[in-house]
Ligand binder design. Structure first.
Ligand code: NAD
Length: 381
């Protein structure tokens, strides 16, 4: 679970009194349908002290909920609790890496839930061999991430960070400095790798900017997408990379995508391209990104994911030029927290009551990839 709580304390008043109620998503999937919730939507739920609003529900049913952000080192709370644990709920932002060793140590472990989207922190082949179910809360924060990715695309291309810095820390009014790397997005070729829930939402949001849109996915595009005349599908990421100046990454991390954006693929892009990666850090080669920003091959890099999370103090990305990264927050707006907390409860209710978990939430079940896992992931070997 993410760090224990806000360092400045819980807000006495939240910035907004309520969040919109979202009842469904593009394609018809409904928003979470737990039997009840014990939290206020719009409040901080994703940090350890927020407990995803699950404590009362689980304790009322006679279960023990241990909430911790202590997950590293030989004597971490996570490692101490694992032998007695049936279910691990983790967030990608502060991932409890379920390695083969940890799964072996968790002999009772039956279910791993991601309170968010992305199950790469679970060693899926070992989870399959162990007979576990792995589930995530598909769509809970997909739109949140798509909004963040579009924000970061605009931030990079318009050189917003540098302009902001001129009037804040540098206390200047240096218009020429501020605009010497600033462009409009209009007319530029923009692409996404992975046109699933987030990738499609990014494409839809970018359309009104009068850009030329491209995308790449291992699966044939759906009928609705085939009929979009402004979209170009590339079956190979290399073709996509050489066709666009702005590329946003939205595939899961799995054997086919790990280290996909290395020197070669970044080198296939035109000089002065931009990459936004809100998917997973290991999809790009850490050092290739630094090299490309320093050489000018990339004009900017943004996103919110690092490896590991939290990253070590000597991670090179905070000091590389032309980056506009945030911590891993794109899927954790307060609006999204309400949904992933409710979704997590829905999965737990189903599992505890012996009812099926929605297929769209499943990554692994019954000894193999299942549901969304079967269409979006691969496992090595
Ligand atoms: P999704 O399952 O709806 O879509 C993933 C798409 O990637 C699928 O269409 C799949 O076919 C495609 N794909 C898989 N392997 C590919 C490959 N080798 N080449 C091209 N396409 C490939 O998932 P989603 O909801 O869109 O989420 C995508 C990923 O975004 C998640 O797995 C997660 O890692 C990441 N994510 C990050 C945050 C965040 O806070 N930064 C939040 C949510 C999700």
């Amino acid at each position: 679970m993410e760090e224990s709580g806000p360092r400045g304390g819980y807000p006495p008043d939240y910035a907004r009194d309520e969040i919109p109620t979202i009842s469904g998503y593009p394609g018809g999937q409904t928003a979470p349908t737990p039997q009840a919730i014990d939290f206020t939507p719009g409040h901080l739920l994703g940090c350890a002290s927020g407990e995803l609003g699950l404590c009362r529900f689980l304790e009322d049913r006679g279960h023990t909920l241990v909430v911790t952000s202590d997950k590293e080192g030989a004597d971490s709370t996570l490692d101490r609790e694992l032998p007695e644990t049936d279910v691990v709920i983790s967030q990608s932002f502060w991932a409890a890496y379920l390695t083969p060793e940890r799964i072996a140590a968790g002999s009772r472990l039956k279910l791993a839930i991601t309170a968010g989207i992305g199950s790469d922190h679970v060693d899926l082949p070992t989870a399959i061999a162990h007979g576990m179910t792995v589930a995530e809360v598909t769509f809970s924060n997909s739109i949140s991430v798509s909004e963040h990715a579009v924000t970061q695309i605009l931030t990079l291309v318009h050189n917003y960070m540098s302009a902001h810095e001129w009037v804040t820390t540098k206390k200047g009014w240096n218009i020429a400095d501020a605009v010497s790397r600033a462009y409009d997005l209009e007319g530029i070729d923009v692409g996404v790798v992975g046109s699933g829930r987030i990738g499609q939402a990014v494409l839809r949001r970018l359309k009104p900017f009068d850009v030329t849109l491209h995308y790449c996915d291992v699966h044939q595009p759906g009928k609705e997408f085939e009929e979009e005349p402004e979209l170009t599908w590339h079956p190979d990421p290399r073709w996509l990379a050489s066709s666009v100046a702005v590329l946003s990454i939205h595939t899961p991390l799995h054997p086919q995508t790990q280290n996909l954006f290395n020197d070669e693929l970044i080198g296939a892009m035109g000089r002065g391209s931009y990459i936004v990666n809100t998917a997973r850090a290991l999809i790009v080669n850490r050092d290739s990104v630094v090299l490309a920003l320093n050489s000018g091959q990339l004009a900017g890099y943004a996103g919110d994911v690092r490896y590991p999370q939290p990253p070590p103090p000597d991670h090179p990305w905070p000091t590389m030029p032309y980056e506009a990264m945030t911590p891993h927050v794109s899927g954790s707006a307060l609006s999204a927290q309400a949904r992933y907390a409710a979704d997590t409860r829905e999965i737990l209710e189903c599992w505890l009551d012996g009812r099926p978990i929605r297929p769209e939430y499943l990554i692994v079940e019954g000894g193999g990839l299942a549901g969304t896992g079967a269409s979006s992931y691969t496992v090595a070997g």
